[in-house]
Write a protein that binds this ligand. Structure first.
Ligand SMILES: *Cc1c(COP(=O)(O)O)cnc(C)c1O
Length: 233
């Protein structure tokens, strides 16, 4: 928090959003896809409401946050002041935060283990709120990263549906930093097709155009919109 980016004026936010949207349209056209099928999530983690406001002012309505607690500190107010905002949780979820996550978020991208599926299902029933749900897949099978291993995805999806009554709409991945992202995007696309899932959450500032070539329907872009994060994450 308390990061400052130079020139975070409204016109700059507008220019940055405009540039990213232009790149999305171009990448979609190159892939013979309808640009409207690619949704832009502006990832606002570490940035304060003062830095988020100009991006909302530039017309952006869909935002992503990594941490439930950080999001709780800024989004209830922003949501009160601006109708029609859509908030996505793109970071790991602990089961003791499931209540707050179901209350605040419209889409959760990180359903990544049976315990979380169970906790989300319980809260959805209690609160009568139904955030849309994606399963995170650990395509690189990295130990430190959340997500279901590709080989276990089918069984996990079945248990989400059969045991917890959860409707999963799509898959999300974060490729390993030192590997070709395209290989992971291709794998996620194949897994989604095989399991009849429509949405693909993949691609960040450095590689969202590649992700669009492999069918991304949600790209998660932080730095290219807000500037570099100075806070460690
Ligand atoms: C931070 C983050 C992003 C955005 O990354 P940038 O490189 O700043 O665009 C996207 N997805 C996830 C899961 C993140 O944690």
């Amino acid at each position: 928090m308390n990061t400052t980016i130079p020139n975070s004026s409204q016109s700059t936010a507008r220019e940055r959003i405009g540039a990213v949207k232009g790149q999305i349209v171009d990448a979609a056209k190159r892939a013979s896809r309808n640009p409207q099928d690619v949704n832009l999530i502006a990832v606002s983690k570490t940035f304060d409401p003062e830095q988020i406001e100009p991006v909302i002012g530039a017309g952006q309505t869909v935002f992503g946050e990594n941490r439930v607690q950080e999001a709780q500190g800024k989004w209830p107010d922003l949501k009160t002041h601006h109708g029609d905002l859509e908030l996505h949780l793109i970071g790991p979820l602990q089961s003791n935060k499931a209540r707050d996550a179901v209350r605040l978020f419209d889409v959760i991208h990180t359903v990544d283990r049976p315990k979380i599926a169970k906790a989300i299902a319980k809260e959805m029933a209690l609160q009568d709120r139904r955030p849309r749900l994606f399963v995170q897949v650990n395509t690189g099978e990295e130990e430190q990263k959340g997500g279901i291993a590709p080989a276990e995805l089918e069984g996990f999806l079945r248990s989400c549906s059969k045991e917890h009554g959860l409707k999963i709409e799509g898959l999300m991945c974060i490729p390993p930093v030192d590997e070709e992202a395209a290989l992971h995007f291709a794998l996620l696309q194949k897994l989604a097709q095989r399991n009849g899932l429509k949405e693909l959450s993949m691609g960040m500032s450095a590689d969202f155009e590649t992700a669009i070539a492999f069918g991304a329907t949600y790209v998660r872009v932080g730095t290219a919109i807000f500037g570099p994060r100075t806070a460690k994450f």
